[in-house]
Design a protein around this ligand. Structure first.
Ligand SMILES: [Zn+2]
Length: 124
């Protein structure tokens, strides 16, 4: 998963990819999607910082108004909130994922038009 924030002139303001928090070794935390004993703390999900979060935190400009974020998959509910708070539009490279529903931004779009005015539009 990757994310790239650009300004209206398509200048890159920030990039990010999925990974553990800064300073946490990939060898110290689990990468499993499922734990054999069902313990969610033995999976990667409680620990991984998503690409959208990292792109926002790694931005090189304090003002993201008018910016867009390109993502390779549909944002989860937590990243959707970050994107809305940072006043970015979302563009995705997997438009089919936008139709699937069930993830955060789809439900938030009616309430946060600035976050996804181009919902459903593929990167061209
Ligand atoms: Zn996310």
């Amino acid at each position: 998963m990757g994310a790239c924030i650009v300004n209206p002139d398509r200048i890159i303001l920030g990039i990010g990819y999925n990974g553990f928090p800064r300073g946490c070794s990939d060898d110290a935390l689990p990468w499993a999607k499922l734990a054999t004993d069902g313990d969610p703390l033995k999976t990667k999900y409680p620990y991984v910082c998503h690409a959208e979060m990292n792109a926002i935190l790694n931005k090189n400009n304090s003002n993201l108004h008018g910016a867009s974020i390109y993502v390779s998959m549909y944002p989860c509910n937590e990243c959707a909130k970050l994107i809305i708070q940072a006043s970015q539009r979302v563009l995705t490279s997997t438009p089919g994922r936008l139709q699937g529903g069930g993830t955060g931004l789809a439900g938030m779009c009616p309430h946060a038009r600035t976050a996804c005015p181009t919902r459903g539009a593929p990167i061209s």
